[in-house]
Structure formats: structure tokens, C-alpha cells
Design a protein around this ligand. Sequence first.
Ligand SMILES: *[C@@H]1O[C@H](CO)[C@@H](O)[C@H](O)[C@H]1NC(C)=O
Ligand SMILES: *[C@@H]1O[C@H](CO)[C@@H](O)[C@H](O)[C@H]1NC(C)=O
Ligand SMILES: *[C@@H]1O[C@H](CO)[C@@H](O)[C@H](O)[C@H]1NC(C)=O
Length: 335
Amino acid sequence: MSGARGDSNVNHVTRTNQIEGTRIPTITIAICILIAIVALIISAVAISNPAGSDITVQGTTANIQQNQPPSRAYDAINRYQASNERRIYTIAVGYDTGPYVYKDVSGFPIGFNHDLIDAVCQEAGIDCRVVKEPSTNCMFSERGQPHRGGIGLMEGWYDACTGWLTTRERKQIFAFSKPFLKPIEVYFFAFPGFNPFNITGKKIGLISGFFSNEACLAGLDQVTGRDVPHSNVFHAQTVDELLAMIQNGTVDVGFSTGPSMATKINGTNIQRFPSDPMFCKNAGQPGMMTRKDNDFNSKWNEGFEKLVSSGRFKHLCDEARIKHGHLGEIDCVDA
Ligand SMILES: *[C@@H]1O[C@H](CO)[C@@H](O)[C@H](O)[C@H]1NC(C)=O
Ligand SMILES: *[C@@H]1O[C@H](CO)[C@@H](O)[C@H](O)[C@H]1NC(C)=O
Ligand SMILES: *[C@@H]1O[C@H](CO)[C@@H](O)[C@H](O)[C@H]1NC(C)=O
């Protein structure tokens, strides 16, 4: 029975009861009265709620986070947006990813990602603040499970995570800006003598949330045994943990990105294999990753396009290679 019928009948119910009392069972009438009362209460509450935007926000939140209550932090961001105060965008960067994020001698975080965020936000005319976060709060994965959105980004602790590649799995969860780097190469990391073209029976270490995951492995046509059984997959939460797992024999080999491991294996007897880079079929290029209901990417893309068309992006990349290049290559998109 529809609410509309209950509504329109609200004044007639008792009369109907008297006139057609013999034909309509009393229980049906009682239900109609109940529904009419509930409908009245609901419409009264809806009218008295002045914040229309809150309803929309809760609607979208509920759609995406089916198993989690709407977060207060996220509501706060949206209320801020709704008002005319200058919005502060918070952006998560990781800890140490070669030349992209690292610490200078005084422990201050620097790197290409920091330079880029400063430049793009300036061009976009938005106020951006960087927060350091574990990458698993942006995206995480467990053995045999599809990628999941990290709690930090899902719950709106910040607006965007920096330098995440598009993948089909990730695009179902999050939205991506225009890419600023070329695709990232992946390698096996193991002790000397490892054969990267046959990983049959090997225990493989992956980093939670990274695109260098089971799906990527399965797409490496040149590698025998690439369909790794779940029982042979082990997840590290950080690059350092993966390194430790290779060193202490928890896994036979680690599988990760070139830039994340380049400086880490320096000074160890862990090597990267094969000599020619491999690329994940399922992965695109790095950009900014946000919730799908966040407006950050449109602002960022505007700023990024200005940076590119003015030639300043190319200049920024050239400078970054001089400043940060000792920690590895910085592979900007052509501009
Ligand atoms: C791959 O390695 C497995 C286990 O060592 C071995 O049984 C198999 O013959 C190898 N396959 C190829 C194509 O080399
Ligand atoms: C190997 O290192 C990992 C990561 O630090 C640790 O969790 C694990 O307990 C270590 N295993 C052994 C056998 O030392
Ligand atoms: C590797 O270590 C050596 C010596 O410790 C250092 O000179 C070199 O710059 C390091 N390379 C990288 C890529 O960190």
C-alpha cells in the first residue's frame, strides 16, 4: 500500500469505515490509519529540516560505505564546503617512495610529490595542506581479496591520496585526476640467482594496496607460474616490512614497484629482476585519488592543465630531477 494513498485518505478513513464498514475488514482500516499518521510525521520532519544538503550528503555516503556509519569527519568537510568559507583541501602523501617523497637531512618531508602539490594548488587557487599517512589508509588488500578502499580516504579524513595509479578495481571505488606520471615499472626483488621467468611454487610477498598485486602478477605473460595460489601470497603493510620478509625468508621473492624499492635495496644483497622493466596490464598512470563524491579532482585538473600549458610543469619536472634525482628517476608525463 503506497504512502500517497494513505495521505489522500487521511480525512476519509473514518467516514469510509461508517459507509463501507461491512465490506472493508477493520484490520485494513487500522493499517491505513497507521500509515497515514506515519506519513504525516515523516513529511512534517522533512519540512522542518532546513539543511537540504545534509540529506544529499548522507544519501551518497550511505551508498558508498554500505557497512560503515557515515563519518563525522566527512560531514564536517561537506558542511565546510556548503558554507562560503575558504575550503582547505587535505592531501595524503606516503612516507618514503624514492624521489617522490622522502625526508631531507633535518627530517622534513620533501620530494617531487610535495613540489607538485604546491605548484598545482597554487595554479588552481586552492588552499592545500599535506598530511603524512600510511598508504594502507588510502587502499589496502588482503590475500585472495579484491582491493578495498582505505579507511582514511573512505571516511574523509582527507580529500585525496597522491600518486595512485588507475586500475579497473580501483576505479570502482575511487575517482582519479589526470595522470602526472608515466606508468610505473614493476620488478621481482630477491637474492641473486632468482629466476623471474618461473615463479612456480614460490612464496610471493606483496605490499597491501599496491597495484603490484595478484591481478598484476596473473597478467605477466612472460612469467611461468604467474597464477600464484592464495596460500603462497603474503602481504606486507609497508615497503620496509616487505624487505624484512625477503631478508628473513618469510617469502622467496617480493613483487613491487621500481621506485618504492630502489633506495631500500641499496646496500643489501637483494636484487631486482628481470633486467628489463615489466608493467602491469591492469594498471594505468599515477594521479590523485579521491572519493567519487569529492570535488577536489576538478579543481586539481584545472590547476594541472594551467601548469602544463604554461610550460611550468615541464620546468618543475626538470628541476625535480636535479633536486631529487639521486633517489631515482622521475618519469613525468610528456608536456
Ligand atoms: C618451473 O619451475 C618448476 C618448479 O621448480 C618446475 O617444476 C617447472 O618445470 C619449471 N617450468 C619451466 C617452464 O621452466
Ligand atoms: C620476518 O620479518 C617479518 C616482517 O618484519 C616479521 O613479521 C616476521 O615475524 C619475521 N619472521 C622471522 C622468521 O623472523
Ligand atoms: C646507494 O648507496 C651508496 C653508498 O651507500 C650511495 O652512494 C648511493 O647514492 C646510493 N644510491 C641510491 C640510489 O640511494
